[in-house]
Design a protein around this ligand. Structure first.
Ligand code: HEM
Ligand code: HEM
Length: 176
C-alpha cells in the first residue's frame, strides 16, 4: 500500500475563499435565473450586479493565491475518470468565475444605469455602447454560460454529496 503523506485539507485561505465565493455564486445563479422567470417579483438586479463584481474581485485574489500551492493528495486516490471529471470541472469553474462577471460588466457598461456597489460607491463602467458587437455577444454569453455554470454547480455539489453519502470517503473534509 502506498503511504501518502502531506496535508489532508485545503489551506485555510483556500477554504475560506471557496465557501464565501460559493455562497455568492449560488446567490447570483439564483437571482439571475429567477429574475428571468419571476419578473414580477422584481429580484433586485443592482444587488446581482454588485455581488457579481465582488465575485470577480474575490476570484482574482483566489486565483492568484491558487498558483502558490498544490492541492492535497487524495486519500484514498480518486478513480481515473473521477479525477478527470473533477480536474475539468475545477478549471471550468475558475474560468467561469472570471468570465461570467466580465461579460456582465461589459453589457451593463453599455446600459444607462450606474454600477453601484451596494450603494457604497460606484464601480467604473467600461467605455462601451450598445452598438458595439462585443456588448451583444457578452449579453448572449452571460445567459448561455449562466446555464452551464448552474449545470456544473449541480454536478459539483452532487459529487460532494455522492462522496459523502454513497462512497463515504470523507472527501468533503478536504474543504471543511
Ligand atoms: C459569477 C457572477 C455572475 C453569475 C453567476 C451571474 C448569473 C446570471 C444568470 C444565470 C443570469 C440569467 C441569464 C438569463 O437567463 O438571461 C444573469 C442575468 C443578469 N446578470 Fe448576471 N451573473 C454574474 C455576474 C454579473 C455581473 C458582474 C453583472 C453586471 C455587472 C451581471 C448582470 C446581469 C444582468 C443585468 C442580468 C439580467 C439580464 C437580462 O435579463 O437581460 N451579472 N446573471
Ligand atoms: C457554485 C458554487 C461552488 C463553486 C464555484 C465551487 C468551486 C470549487 C473549485 C474551483 C474547487 C477546486 C479547488 C481547487 O483545487 O483550487 C472546489 C473544490 C471543492 N468543493 Fe466546491 N464550489 C462550489 C460549491 C461547493 C459546495 C456547495 C460544496 C459542498 C456541498 C463544495 C465542495 C467542494 C469540495 C469537497 C471540494 C474539494 C474537491 C477536491 O478536492 O477534489 N463546493 N470547489
Amino acid at each position: 500500500m502506498t503511504n501518502i503523506s502531506g496535508p489532508l485539507r485545503y489551506n485555510q485561505v483556500a477554504r475560506a475563499l471557496h465557501w464565501i465565493i460559493a455562497a455568492l455564486i449560488l446567490t447570483n445563479l439564483t437571482t439571475g435565473l429567477l429574475g428571468d422567470t419571476f419578473e414580477e417579483l422584481k429580484i433586485p438586479v443592482p444587488s446581482h450586479v454588485a455581488t457579481g463584481i465582488l465575485i470577480l474581485l474575490l476570484s482574482l485574489v483566489r486565483l492568484g493565491w491558487r498558483f502558490n500551492w498544490r492541492a492535497p493528495a487524495y486519500q484514498p486516490a480518486l478513480s481515473p475518470w473521477m479525477g478527470t471529471v473533477s480536474w475539468i470541472t475545477h478549471r471550468a469553474f475558475y474560468g467561469l468565475m472570471i468570465i461570467m462577471p466580465l461579460t456582465g460588466w461589459i453589457f451593463v457598461s453599455a446600459s444607462k444605469y450606474p454600477i453601484s456597489m451596494y450603494g457604497l460607491f460606484l464601480w467604473p463602467k467600461l467605455p462601451l455602447t450598445k452598438a458595439m458587437p462585443i456588448v451583444g455577444a457578452a449579453a448572449e454569453a452571460h445567459e448561455i454560460l449562466g446555464y452551464g455554470f448552474a449545470a456544473l454547480a449541480a454536478l459539483h455539489i452532487g459529487a460532494a454529496l455522492y462522496h459523502t453519502y454513497v462512497l463515504k470517503d470523507h472527501l468533503l473534509r478536504r474543504m471543511l
